[in-house]
Design a binder for this molecule. Sequence first.
Ligand SMILES: C[S@@+](CC[C@H](N)C(=O)[O-])C[C@H]1O[C@@H](n2cnc3c(N)ncnc32)[C@H](O)[C@@H]1O
Length: 350
Amino acid sequence: MIPIRRGMRRPVRRSAGIPARTAGDPPTPPGTPLRPTGSRSRTGETVPVEDAPSIPVVRNDAHDRVVTEVLAARHFRHLSPDLVARVTTIEAPKVRRHNEAVARVKRKLHQIANAYTPALHAPRDAADALRSAAGDEDALRTLAISLMYGHASTAERLPVHDLITPRLREAIHGTSGSDGPINPGERVDAETPARILDLACGLNPLMIPWLGLPRTCRYDAYDADSRLVSIVQAFLEAWGQAGSATVRDIGGQDTTETADVVLLLKAVPCLEQVRVGTSRRILETLNANRVIVTYPVQSLGGNDRGMRATYRQAFDNLVAGLPWHVAELRLPDELGYLLTRKAPPAPVSQ
Ligand SMILES: C[S@@+](CC[C@H](N)C(=O)[O-])C[C@H]1O[C@@H](n2cnc3c(N)ncnc32)[C@H](O)[C@@H]1O
């Protein structure tokens, strides 16, 4: 277990699960100039149309005014403009007035991003501290632990840090290896990946020191929150890890990079909250050998609400018919799966 040392942030009490649906998400009157590509279900969710799963962002004056106002707001200006534009395309047509559209877009952005970072303070200072500690592995490990309390998803892993890191390490390396400690920088044999993509990464890349990756393994991380991305970038540089952190709306832009391992940790509920079908599209279009998908088992408010069973079912639907072998990971406090690409069928001889 990780002791909480002086100067470290206390864990946030709220769990990193999906935020409770905000009250006031009523069925909304149809009819505005903005229409997303997709249809609306009876619950008001946008459902994907069969052959057009990505949403072209509709730009017009009404749309742009909403985007501009949201991005000018102090609590939202750090978010990816592409994500704000995409959420506006989906949410604004559900209401009539500009102010309602702004409020609706902000509410959705809060649910999928800001709700996870109430404990994130002074991200620039965090990045500076990381740069100052460059090359000092012990100092970087201590800083990483302290900073991971700033994002609800990593904060809730810290009490079980010693249990979860060997499991993630095994899954990433494609081994059934032991739970024994790996010395800093030590390679794990078998299939040590050459490239990892961490999608909707939060502060998860700060776990790198415990994953037994060689510094040459390229670790590319994406998130919609530029404050998190700047911390992750500073960490990658300070730790000397190949790779980079980039602001990207992973629901709006296909991930075309080739990778050995893709991490999609606790991100599926956020993606589906914006548009149902987004995660499946990501799994369909990835160029990767292995994907690790996890779900939270508690809401941000700390409730269980049967989430494990709900997400187990959601995951079964997510991968149904896709060319992945599925194995469940034994993760504490998180529902996790390792997806391994099935070999393409052998050509039928004539
Ligand atoms: C539940 S957290 C998971 C964070 C991290 N994967 C982990 O498990 O520690 C979801 C993260 O996804 C990010 N996010 C939400 N929607 C996104 C999108 N469309 N593109 C990129 N990042 C997104 C949020 O900013 C947040 O950091």
